[in-house]
Design a protein around this ligand. Structure first.
Ligand SMILES: Nc1nc2c(ncn2[C@@H]2O[C@H](COP(=O)(O)OP(=O)(O)OP(=O)(O)O)[C@@H](O)[C@H]2O)c(=O)[nH]1
Length: 911
């Protein structure tokens, strides 16, 4: 499609020069229907009117040809155009003005197209970044966290986001509830002096719910779940869920941007005529066409979209293409549609289930100045939509359709005003398109016209302020049924409709009444004014009707992206500050933890070694002492006399062994005490270095040594012998001290000892006899011997209680020494102590190891977050800059400005 105009069908007579020009242009550029491959980026031009000076037109054409449409040269060209092109006639002027409009339009179209491409790129990057680093969605402050006049100075406005964490930075005031991670607003507040804070106007939370709703238009998350408020939902959702929702929003925005790009690159203009059921949409379309093409009825009849197109787009043939369900319409592929005549349209349109839409190709024989379809500027598609409210599916389809069209003409019944669905539709369309064209139809039925006008305009003002601002151009009160229709060719389509060829509304009585005719004229005049406005809106102000939606959408999405980027830059920066601070804390902590781990391990080993050594030494000393001194006393065992000496010996042995066993128990008791001390020392170390992390193992000292008792003592078996009753060493020592026993006793003892101790006592006795001689012996020794024997016997028997313990003790000691009793028991006791101490020591070691590992992984994690935050900060600060830059670029595209060089010189017409 192209925008060239070749005058054939206009009523205006074509001069030779025009024909030359046409030939001239057509030789370079084929007519619209034969140039489907025209590059949409290369501006196509138009000439409107008769254009009497072809060299001027050609010059302008060549200037436009040279313009790439990408700006730059335009200013110079405009000056040249301005200076050189001096139109002298109205038509020349209009041709000139139209060309400049076109050039100007192309310039804006290309600028916006480029912006769309850049925003698409920005959004795609944001989308992929959001997948790696879930973007934070600004949440709201809960009502309880909102600043009150009293706590204003202490409560800073805070961005809060989806990463729930406990707020550990509350310097004053009560601990705030769990909230989303911090953002730099709070950090900035830290840097602010208290005085400045006091002087600063009381901060309001930047993102409270209504503000979010206003601040975000396109990327606003549509959270309508259950009874939860959006704010609560944002709080309750996981960071990743929010990111996923955002991802969906970005995807749909991308889709929409691509649609917008297609739309602005499409040189045709799509005009959607919509409105409530029976508002007179079809009548209005017919009035525009001045032919009764679309079926009108008092009851709802339009059930599918009817797209009215210039028949030139269908090789000049008037017909209807009814598009099949699930088919994408392609005029060159007849399998996608069925062909009908215009007369058959009514039957396709009413109660249709077989087709989704129909393309209605009609020939508009009116001049290019009058006709909307055949306008000489752009290809128009006039789309008659089913009435809103007909059913939900159709209403939804109309809502969806409005996204891909350029101009919304909303037909409202003057009698019924706007229904709720109409209002919703206008809200949505106004947000997207900025300007709507509103046709208040059936104005003939209204008696108090002024009141009706006021009421409707008030409502328009509320729904679309921009449309209201230009109500003179955009809101029209007409009676579509009063428009005269073209006479029907015999057997041809259309024909005199409601207004019939003579014009005149159906409900106005008396067409021949001069007053009635006057009224009809008035209606026709109103409708013509509407037509001119609509032409201006669709054709000349295409910058508005076609480009304004793109501009509005771009500004909205860039605003959202900018806001989101700002929030995320704050979040990333504060995250970066937080992790940098955290790293500064973690790294020395990790080092000292590693050092502490080694030191504490040594210290614990030392404690264990020292304790065990002490326990061993003490036990050994105690047991040895007990063994050594077990024979020092009789342990309270009464001596029962000579005849029970053996029992006495047994009891003594038992008592001695009990004494020795008691020393073992004493050693165990001491070991227990030392173990308690050791365990406590290790625990102290644990608590000191691990704090709450240290898992305190329950230690019960009373259980120690319960099972592993001294088993060695049971192996001691000392038989009592006769000689045990005589303690010879004591005896000898005592004998020296005892006076009166003298030599004889010594001798007797010596002899006695020999006699008693040896077997050959007889030999010894004979030896003694030989020494002393028989006589002396008889005289001295025998009585002495007797005395000595008696006193020795007496002494020995008397000494049993003193000597027996020593003798037994010596034997016990010998046997215990052979068993290594003291060592075995000391080792056992120290071993138990070691075993017990090893538990808390191992637990401490494990705890320390775990603490080092935890710190290690925390450091790794923090380093990871730091890296990510650094990337995020850079990315979002670039996004803040780029979105801002792009926004300014879009803002500079001034669609409302009058193109320079199009203001008509005095005395010339123009629009
Ligand atoms: N009095 C009067 N009647 C009108 C006017 N415009 C349309 N009508 C009548 O209103 C009825 C409905 O008109 P349509 O054009 O079929 O309405 P529609 O909005 O296309 O209807 P659907 O597409 O089925 O929703 C017809 O009987 C028309 O003649 C008008 O300006 N004044």
């Amino acid at each position: 499609m192209s925008q060239e105009y070749f005058s054939p069908k206009g009523k205006s007579p074509m001069s030779q020069e025009d024909a030359d020009f046409e030939d001239d242009v057509s030789s370079r550029s084929p007519p619209s229907e034969t140039s489907p491959g025209t590059n949409s980026m290369t501006p196509a031009y138009m000439t409107v009117g008769t254009g009497s000076t072809s060299q001027h037109a050609a010059r302008l054409q060549s200037m436009l040809d040279q313009d790439s449409g990408y700006g730059g040269s335009i200013a110079g060209d405009e000056v040249m155009v301005h200076k050189s092109y001096r139109a002298t006639t109205d038509n020349d002027w209009r041709a000139h003005s139209g060309a400049i409009h076109q050039l100007w339009y192309n310039q804006h179209r290309v600028a916006l197209g480029r912006s769309i491409n850049r925003v698409v790129e920005l959004l795609r990057e944001l989308q992929s970044f959001n997948a790696k680093w879930p973007a934070h969605y600004p949440s709201v402050q809960r009502p309880d966290g909102a600043p009150t006049p009293l706590n204003r100075s202490s409560t800073r406005p805070s961005f809060q986001h989806t990463n729930t964490m406990s707020a550990d930075f509350s310097a004053s005031g009560p601990a705030p509830p769990l909230r989303r991670a911090m953002t730099s607003l709070e950090d900035q507040a830290v840097a602010e002096s208290s005085r400045a804070a006091e002087n600063r106007p009381a901060p309001e939370p930047r993102l409270v719910t209504p503000q979010i709703e206003q601040e975000f238009s396109i990327l606003k998350l549509d959270l309508k779940l259950g009874s939860l408020h959006q704010a609560e939902l944002v709080h309750s959702l996981e960071k990743s869920s929010i990111a996923a929702l955002l991802d969906g929003k970005i995807s749909s925005s991308l889709k929409h941007l691509l649609l917008l790009r297609d739309r602005i690159e499409d040189t045709s203009s799509k005009v959607l005529v919509t409105g409530d059921l029976n508002a007179g949409k079809s009548t209005f379309c017919n009035a525009l066409l001045r032919r009764k093409i679309l079926p009108e009825d008092q009851q709802p009849c339009t059930s599918i979209f009817c797209e009215v197109l210039d028949a030139r787009e269908n090789s000049g043939i008037e017909e209807v293409h009814a598009v099949h369900h699930d088919s994408v319409y392609d005029r060159n592929d007849e399998t996608t549609y069925d062909v009908f005549t215009l007369q058959e349209l009514e039957k396709i349109v009413t109660d249709n289930e077989a087709y989704t839409q129909c393309k209605v190709y009609v020939r508009d024989s009116r001049t290019i100045d009058e006709s909307l379809l055949n306008n000489g500027v752009v290809d128009i598609a006039l789309i008659d939509a089913p009435g809103l409210n007909s059913d939900t599916t159709k209403t939804t389809a109309i809502f969806a359709r409005q996204e891909e069209i350029d101009v919304v003409v909303f037909v409202v019944s003057a009698a019924n005003h706007f229904t709720l669905t109409a209002k919703e539709f206008i809200w949505a369309a106004a947000a997207e398109k900025a300007y709507l064209f509103i046709v208040v139809n059936g104005f003939d039925t209204i008696r108090d016209k002024e009141r009706c006008q006021k009421m409707i305009l008030d409502q328009v003002g509320k729904m679309s302020p921009r449309t209201y601002k230009e109500a003179g151009e955009l809101v029209h009160f007409v009676s579509s049924n009063a428009i005269p229709m073209a006479p029907v060719p015999p057997g041809g389509p259309g024909g005199s409709g409601s207004g019939s060829g003579s014009g005149g509304g159906g409900d106005e009585p008396g067409d021949d009444d001069p007053k009635g005719k006057g009224k009809d004229k008035e209606k026709l005049r109103d409708f013509t004014t509407l037509e001119q406005s609509l032409r201006r809106f669709v054709l000349e102000k295409r910058a508005r009707s076609k480009l304004a939606p793109a501009k509005t959408y771009l500004l909205n999405i860039l605003d959202d992206v900018h806001r989101l980027a700002e929030v995320n830059e704050h979040v990333a920066r504060s995250e970066l500050e937080r992790v940098t601070k955290e790293l500064k804390e973690i790294e020395p902590l990790l080092e000292s933890s590693k050092r502490a781990k080694a030191e504490i391990s040594d210290q614990v080993d030392k404690t264990i070694e020292e304790t065990c050594q002490d326990v061993y030494d003490t036990s050994r000393r105690t047991i040895n002492l007990a063994i050594e001194h077990a024979g020092d006393h009789t342990h309270g065992v009464p001596y029962p006399g000579l005849f029970n000496a053996f029992e006495y010996a047994e009891e003594l042995k038992e008592a001695m062994m009990a004494e020795i066993a008691a020393s073992v128990t004493l050693s165990e008791e001491h070991a227990r005490e030392r173990t308690v001390k050791g365990v406590n020392a290790i625990k102290q170390l644990g608590i000191l270095h691990l704090g709450n992390e240290y898992s305190d193992l329950s230690f019960r000292p009373d259980v120690m040594f319960r099972r592993k008792r001294d088993s060695v003592a049971r192996q001691v078996d000392i038989p009592t012998e006769l000689w045990d009753f005589v303690d010879w060493s004591t005896l000898l020592q005592r004998q020296e001290k005892v006076a009166g026993t003298g030599m004889a006793l010594t001798l007797a003892t010596a002899v006695g000892t020999q006699m008693i101790g040896g077997y050959g006592w007889m030999n010894h006795a004979l030896g003694a006899v030989r020494v002393l001689g028989n006589d002396n012996l008889r005289r001295m020794i025998l009585p002495g011997l007797a005395v000595a024997a008696l006193s020795a016997a007496y002494y020995i028997l008397n000494q049993i209680p003193q000597s027996l313990p020593h003798r037994l003790n010596a034997k016990i000691a010998t046997q215990l020494a052979e068993m290594d009793y003291a060592h075995v028991n000391s080792t056992r006791i120290a071993g138990s102590v070691r075993k017990v101490l090893r538990f808390p020591a191992d637990s401490l070691r494990v705890g320390l190891q775990r603490s080092v590992e935890q710190l290690d992984s925390r450091r790794d994690e923090t380093l990871r977050i730091k890296g990510e935050s650094e990337v995020a900060r850079k990315y979002f600060s670039n996004l803040v800059r780029n979105s801002d830059h792009e926004r300014h670029a879009v803002e500079r595209v001034d669609l409302d400005a009058v193109p320079p060089g199009t203001i008509p010189p005095t005395g010339l017409g123009g629009h």
